[in-house]
Design a protein around this ligand. Structure first.
Ligand SMILES: NC(=O)c1ccc[n+]([C@@H]2O[C@H](COP(=O)([O-])OP(=O)(O)OC[C@H]3O[C@@H](n4cnc5c(N)ncnc54)[C@H](O)[C@@H]3O)[C@@H](O)[C@H]2O)c1
Length: 383
């Protein structure tokens, strides 16, 4: 076995996603398993170079994980020819500019979603990455969750027959920050700082629907701000200027109708924080982050509407759990492995900046739909 080091500039690693999911559970987890075995006698060894604005926070992180390198000078890191990959998990508004600089410096780039703040910017990034000949990717972690992998397996196995509809329910109560601390950063609730549930979640809905069921052809959404005032990380009150809930209907290729509710102002009575129910002519499924249960046509009971009597059967118990039939790794790490193979070996990686731009496009159209009170067609993107 030979070992090849790949140096990765990681920006935004002091944040929620950058720290836990990308640094610890992906890149450091890969090192703990001895690197990424490329299967041809070579092992890829990721070497993170932590990048950010606050030196003391980076030094503390580096010390905690036994890493040698950190810097507050992005340009100097990008000028270092030994750094091959630039990764970005900064706040959304800071992403586009940093990615542009990384692409100009000839780095392969991998980034959290949304890839940019608007469609024009996302497309420009995709174009410049293509022109520069660098490899590029955008995080689409939900595709690698056990529940959605099982759902994809059902689709691929023809379980549903003809898919009729998809209903997605996402959300939980995000505390306002007054009597209990909010569990999400306050910028998420300020439009001027890149916040909003549509900008945050519609990129996910785009790739989930696209990859499992087909491209989205139209969107109709109603976005709203249910909780207009919150308190920030320092306990200071602020105006929540961004949408915290969105109710949407989307049409997919082939006439599939998807409805997705996204809300940070609902209390959970589901099994999981995100669930999709898929109904098809041959069977139905409910998939969450980890679990997935099904009901086939052959075992579908015949409920009869009669509110005069208590419901006799437990409808929940009439569903069958889909077995794991395999091991599921952390979803972010699974996608990192694909991306690093793509960088090292050029293996296919469909979740690129063009795919990322589709997510930004859907969010933008959903907000336009909400503002104008109309259904928006989703045109196919061309670079
Ligand atoms: N894939 C997912 O499931 C998922 C989930 C949550 C967030 N995200 C995305 O990840 C990104 C980061 O989100 P987060 O929840 O980790 O945010 P966070 O606020 O916890 O972290 C933001 C990071 O960006 C840095 N930063 C850079 N410039 C900044 C600026 N001008 N102001 C404030 N911070 C700045 C912060 O220091 C920090 O390291 C966002 O783009 C978000 O859309 C993705």
């Amino acid at each position: 076995m030979t070992r090849r080091t790949v140096r990765i500039a990681m920006n935004g690693v002091t944040g929620r996603m950058g720290h836990r999911q990308h640094l610890v559970r992906s890149v450091l987890a890969l090192r703990e398993q001895g690197g990424l075995d490329l299967g041809d006698g070579e092992v890829l060894w990721p070497e993170p170079v932590l990048v950010g604005r606050r030196g003391h926070a980076l030094a503390e992180l580096a010390g905690r994980y036994g890493l040698d390198e950190w810097s507050t000078d992005l340009d100097a890191v990008l000028a270092d020819p030994s750094v091959e990959v630039y990764f970005d998990a900064q706040v959304t508004v800071a992403r586009e500019e940093a990615l542009r600089r990384a692409i100009a410096a000839g780095k392969h780039v991998y980034a959290e979603k949304p890839a940019a703040s608007d469609l024009a910017g996302a497309l420009e990034l995709a174009r410049s990455a293509r022109a520069a000949g660098v490899r590029h990717g955008v995080v689409q972690d939900k595709l690698f969750l056990p529940g959605l992998r099982k759902l994809k397996r059902l689709v691929d196995g023809g379980f549903f027959g003809h898919v009729l509809s998809v209903r997605g329910e996402f959300g939980y109560w995000v505390f306002e920050g007054d009597w209990q601390e909010a569990q999400r950063p306050s910028w998420n609730y300020r439009a001027e700082d890149g916040g909003g549930i549509v900008a945050d979640m519609f990129p996910h809905w785009e790739y989930v629907l696209h990859e499992l069921f087909g491209p989205v052809r139209s969107v109709q959404a109603l976005a709203t701000t249910h909780i207009p005032r919150r308190r920030d990380e320092r306990g200071e009150p602020y105006a929540a200027t961004a949408d915290d809930a969105a109710y949407s209907v989307l049409e997919l290729d082939g006439g599939i109708v998807a409805q997705i509710n996204s809300s940070w102002a609902v209390r959970v009575a589901r099994d999981e924080l995100l669930e999709f129910q898929v109904d098809g002519t041959e069977g139905s499924a409910v998939a969450g982050l980890r679990g997935c249960r099904v009901q086939h046509r052959s075992v579908t009971p015949k409920p009869v509407w009669n509110p005069d009597l208590p419901a006799g059967d437990s409808f929940r118990e009439q569903w069958q759990e889909v077995p794991d039939n395999g091991e599921f790794d952390n979803a972010f790490k699974a996608q990192w492995e694909h991306f690093l193979r793509h960088v090292a070996r050029g293996t296919p990686f469909p979740w690129d900046l063009v795919a990322g731009a589709r997510g930004v496009q859907l969010a933008e159209l959903a907000l336009a739909s909400s503002a104008g009170g109309r259904r928006m067609a989703v045109p196919e993107l061309s670079l």
